[in-house]
Design a protein around this ligand. Structure first.
Ligand SMILES: Nc1ncnc2c1ncn2[C@@H]1O[C@H](COP(=O)(O)OP(=O)(O)O)[C@@H](O)[C@H]1O
Ligand SMILES: [Mg+2]
Length: 502
């Protein structure tokens, strides 16, 4: 059974019970007040039949009754009757006297043309003394006494009081009131039903539809909670779930995209040298290398290409190991200053032949320091410096070729800084953000056949990050490039001896 139907049933039940209780209460209270099992509509009648007069009126009535018993002749005395009537008038009541069928005295304020017909019949036994009567639109309660006049005529004496028109209105409106009351109960039930449906069933419907959407694989929507109640919280949690799911799927798609890109890059980078090698091998096969010099040149080129491919595969392997965090690090304490100094010396020796000057500087831009002790994998750190220096050497375009290694300590004294600066060609602004991406090579690098896999900086970045550090590039076209590495200082940097103990 759906919640909607259950709610409808429960509200109907509530309304039904309310109506039954209402009727029962009305009935029981009328019984309780009147002591009689009569219908509620006669409630007022019964009430006023029991207490038709107030105490003062009652005492005047009793006086008159006494008179009627003892000396009925006096009830012909109009003056006396008028004086009683005046007393009654003071308490808003009136007096009627009937002799046989003629009304001999009628209180002017209560007189009604049809009163004669409405007054009850003579009853010598005085069975019903108190009751109510309707004359036209007016409603009266009265006490009556029937007695014989001395001449044997039937006399009746009425002390009467007009009841508030409200009483009448309530009496006539009672059925309408009951209908209105029932309508109010019904309407309340209906409104409550609508309210609950709106606040529970509808949001649940929305949730169900959203879940179906997700099932169909559509995550590109937003679920806005309509309220702060439990259902609103459920919607919020649901929305959070959708968002996370969407994020993870997007990430998955991006990984997938990356993987495809990677495969396409690798295939491309392997295809080119393979095509070259194939061409040269075919040249040899077809006898194009007909002189020893040519053969030598062909074989030399093939060897170079194979070496390139070997390096590419090596770099790829290293990159993938670093990426998968499968490449172990062997950390030791290293003074970066000494390390950079040694590296500069060694690299300077290697690159001296190409006319490149390699210098080491203790930087002036950071706080003064003696040592910059870090925890590092010496071989991998050397690999980073080699990659950077190789790039610098590759993109040299000046007569005076210079590479500077510079070490410092960050202003916050929390990280050691190593800069590799060159005065080469530099990079354009739009290239800079991408240089650390794997397989990324600047247009110049592609067009000038400088070689390289585009993995050098990506590997450098992986290694630096493996040390908990950061790497950034700064460059201006024509002026040169600076790659800056920050690695956290080891604890107790100040009292460490330099060089890791070699
Ligand atoms: N010192 C530099 N001067 C100018 N451009 C550089 C320098 N270092 C890196 N680059 C640019 O960054 C790109 C990526 O470098 P890298 O990852 O080492 O790949 P590769 O050296 O194989 O091209 C290079 O292709 C080049 O465009
Ligand atoms: Mg490189």
């Amino acid at each position: 059974m759906s919640i909607r139907i259950r709610l409808l049933l429960s509200f109907s039940a509530v309304v039904a019970v309310a109506i039954v209780l209402f009727v029962l209460t009305a009935f029981l209270s009328s019984v309780a007040v009147t002591g009689d099992m009569r219908s509620i509509s006669s409630f007022y009648n019964i009430h006023y039949s029991i207490h038709p007069l107030t105490d003062e009126e009652e005492s005047i009535f009793l006086d008159l009754k006494y008179l009627a018993k003892q000396d009925p002749a006096q009830l012909n005395d109009q003056e006396l009757l008028a004086s009683y009537d005046l007393k009654l008038k003071m308490v808003q009541a009136g007096l009627f006297v009937r002799q046989d069928d003629t009304i001999t005295y009628a209180s002017p304020s209560l007189a009604e043309p049809k009163m004669g017909e409405a007054l009850p019949q003579y009853d010598a036994a005085n069975y019903t003394i108190r009751s109510t009567l309707n004359v036209g639109n007016r409603f009266f309660s009265y006490a009556k006494f029937d007695f014989p006049f001395p001449n044997g005529e039937q006399g009746s004496l009425y002390v009467m009081r007009e009841r508030s028109p409200w009483t009448e209105i309530v009496r006539t409106l009672l059925p309408i009131l009951i209908v209105v009351l029932l309508a109010v109960i019904l309407l309340t039930g209906l409104l409550l039903y609508r309210y609950v449906t709106r606040s529970i069933v509808r949001p649940l419907d929305v949730l169900r539809r959203s879940a179906e959407q997700i099932k169909e694989g559509d995550l590109q929507f937003e679920l806005k909670p309509q309220s702060r109640d439990e259902i609103g919280q459920l919607s919020m949690t649901f929305e959070e779930m959708r968002r996370r799911l969407n994020e993870s799927i997007q990430l998955q798609l991006q990984y997938e995209d990356n993987r495809k890109q990677l495969i396409s890059n690798i295939s491309h980078d392997l295809k080119t040298p393979i095509a070259t090698i194939k061409g040269y091998v075919e040249g040899i096969r077809d006898g194009l290398a007909n002189t020893p010099e040519r053969l030598d040149k062909y074989v030399g080129t093939i060897h170079d290409k194979v070496t390139d491919m070997g390096r590419l595969v090596d770099e790829l392997l290293l990159y993938s190991k670093l990426d998968l965090k499968r490449e172990p690090y062997s950390f030791e304490t290293i003074d970066l200053a000494t390390f950079a100094q040694d590296a500069a010396e060694e690299i300077g020796f290697e690159l001296g032949g190409q006319g490149i000057q390699v210098e080491y500087e203790m930087t002036a831009n950071t706080a003064p320091f003696d040592k910059a002790v870090i925890m590092a994998d010496r071989a991998k750190l050397k690999r980073v410096v080699d990659n950077l220096v190789q790039n610098s050497a590759k993109f040299m375009d000046k007569e005076m070729k210079r590479i500077t290694l510079r070490v410092g300590i960050d202003a916050g004294a929390s990280a050691a800084v190593l800069e590799v600066e060159d005065n080469g060609a530099g990079m354009r602004g739009e290239v800079l953000p991408h240089v650390f991406e794997r397989f990324y090579r600047g247009d110049d690098a592609r067009s000038t056949h400088t070689g390289g896999s585009g993995l050098g900086l990506a590997i450098a970045k992986q290694i630096v990050e493996g040390h908990g550090g950061t790497i950034e590039a700064e460059s201006s076209v024509g002026a040169g490039t600076t790659i800056r590495i920050r690695v956290p200082l080891a604890e107790g940097n100040a009292d460490m001896r330099a060089g890791g103990g070699e």
